[in-house]
Design a protein around this ligand. Structure first.
Ligand code: GDP
Length: 425
């Protein structure tokens, strides 16, 4: 049985926590897209961890953690993540890396930096982890798969030389930097090979067998619907699909095996990077929510950047869960909202005198204004509550209002960052 945990918003919904929690009953947890550009924050009995590439199942001894072919694989960072866990007392995780995963090359990170600098005020707000150059090269067919590390020296060098023809023209003439040398790239790749060798696996074949054996498999997405290159706020999106459907491709399993899609929805909105954000709030109002939000404030797990804040957006979230194909929803960080007298919920977008209920394309989003409905606050701490009936009435009303707006059952409510801070409905 395969389940997917994915984000319905802009990312940072708390997917890591939900995956860590559900990891307990899983045999295999798989990352299927993205790279080390975002992170999941996880708090459990070993401490507080920020995972960037490793799947959130790494804390369980019985879980096999797979980095799928769809991931942008930064080899030194993955090794560092594994070493960090072990140095903090976590048993060495069972990690498998797809031999078809492609490698984030040092020049991808370099090009990401150069391009953001060149764009200046028009920068994407990239984390400069090399993700956009990486996926561009993958689809331009000049990427390097893990399996390429095992090619003979002459063929690998020939391939590197072919790629550097293009890279060096850009470096010298667009960015005014020094050209790259074949031997340097080759040497780096040989170091990468040594690092990653113990983990390399034909993971698609491994998963084929695991499915035949009836294993429980969890697909873990990064970011959320609104950062998807097709359905998100293009071009201020990420470079790989954040949708559950892509889990089949990025892991290498049949699409019909994904039986359950848990969309993680945040009880308010937050986003990083540039891009349209209709229910965004500013100033003191935003800072108060930012400071109270998440666990110790809404600051990026990878970059430490302050996140942009906003009220719950039912238009974006309804679309977000629908494009994920969500079968159920986990509503997170609800505990944060106990300070508010009333809770604004964005229930429509005003667009040139009309009210939109459907999430529009980026071109139209620019002209949208939020239409709010206000729900009474519950004005108390809800952490520690374990039964739905024990939540204050206004809090239940908020949850049920959101559920009605998004049209998918909310089966889990998260009221704290810890693994057991969850209310099942
Ligand atoms: P992810 O990328 O979707 O896993 O999200 P992040 O890890 O970036 O952000 C979620 C943050 O919220 C982390 O700091 C979590 O520890 C925290 N968190 C998750 N669920 C809850 C919750 O229900 N309440 C509170 N207060 N914090 C939560």
């Amino acid at each position: 049985m395969v389940r997917a945990i994915v984000g319905a918003n802009w990312g940072d919904e708390g997917k890591g926590k939900i995956t860590d929690m559900l990891g307990e009953n899983s045999d295999i947890v798989i990352r299927f897209q993205g790279g080390a550009n975002a992170g999941h924050t996880i708090i459990n009995n070993y401490g507080k961890f920020a995972l960037h590439t490793l799947p959130s199942g790494v804390f369980y001894d019985h879980v096999t953690s797979i980095i799928g072919n769809g991931v942008a694989l930064n080899i030194p960072l993955v090794i560092k993540e594994i070493d960090d866990l072990v140095s903090r007392g976590v048993p060495k995780p069972h990690v498998l890396v797809s031999d078809r995963a492609q490698i984030v090359m040092p020049y991808h990170i370099y090009f990401d930096q150069c391009e953001e600098e060149r764009r200046g005020k028009k920068a994407f707000g990239s984390t400069k982890s090399g993700i956009a150059p990486f996926y561009s090269d993958k689809y331009a067919k000049i990427g390097f798969q893990v399996a390429d590390l095992y090619a003979d020296e002459a063929s690998l060098k020939e391939k590197i030389a072919g790629v550097l023809v293009q890279k060096n023209v850009l470096l010298e003439h667009l960015y005014h930097k020094e050209p790259l040398q074949v031997q340097d790239i080759y040497d780096t790749l040989m170091q990468y090979k040594e690092m990653i060798d113990p983990y390399v696996c034909d993971t698609a074949a491994y998963l084929h067998q695991a499915l035949a054996d009836g294993k429980n498999i969890l697909l873990e997405g990064q970011l959320g619907t609104l950062k998807d290159p097709d359905f998100g706020i293009y071009p201020m999106v990420t470079s790989s699909s954040t949708l559950a459907a892509y889990g089949a491709i990025g892991a290498g399993i049949p699409p019909y095996e994904i039986k359950d899609i848990i969309a993680v929805v945040k009880a308010y909105s937050s986003a990083v990077g540039a891009g349209e954000f209709v229910s965004e709030i500013f100033g003191d109002e935003a800072q108060e929510l930012r400071t109270r939000g998440g666990d110790g404030g809404e600051y990026g797990a990878t970059t430490g950047r302050p996140r942009r804040m906003g009220w719950f957006d039912a238009v974006a979230t309804r679309y977000g869960v629908r494009m994920q194909g969500a079968t159920e929803v986990a509503l997170t960080v609800l505990d944060v909202l106990g300070y508010l007298d009333e809770l604004p919920v964005c229930v429509g977008y005003e667009f040139h005198g009309r009210i939109l209920k459907e999430f529009p394309t980026t071109t139209h989003l620019k002209d949208c204004k939020p239409v709010y409905e206000y729900l009474p606050g519950w004005k108390c701490e809800i952490r520690g509550i374990r039964r739905y009936e024990d939540l204050p009435e206004n809090c239940r009303n908020y949850i049920e209002f959101i559920e009605k707006e998004i049209g998918v059952p909310i089966t889990m409510v998260s009221n704290g960052p810890g693994r057991d801070e969850i209310i099942h409905r």
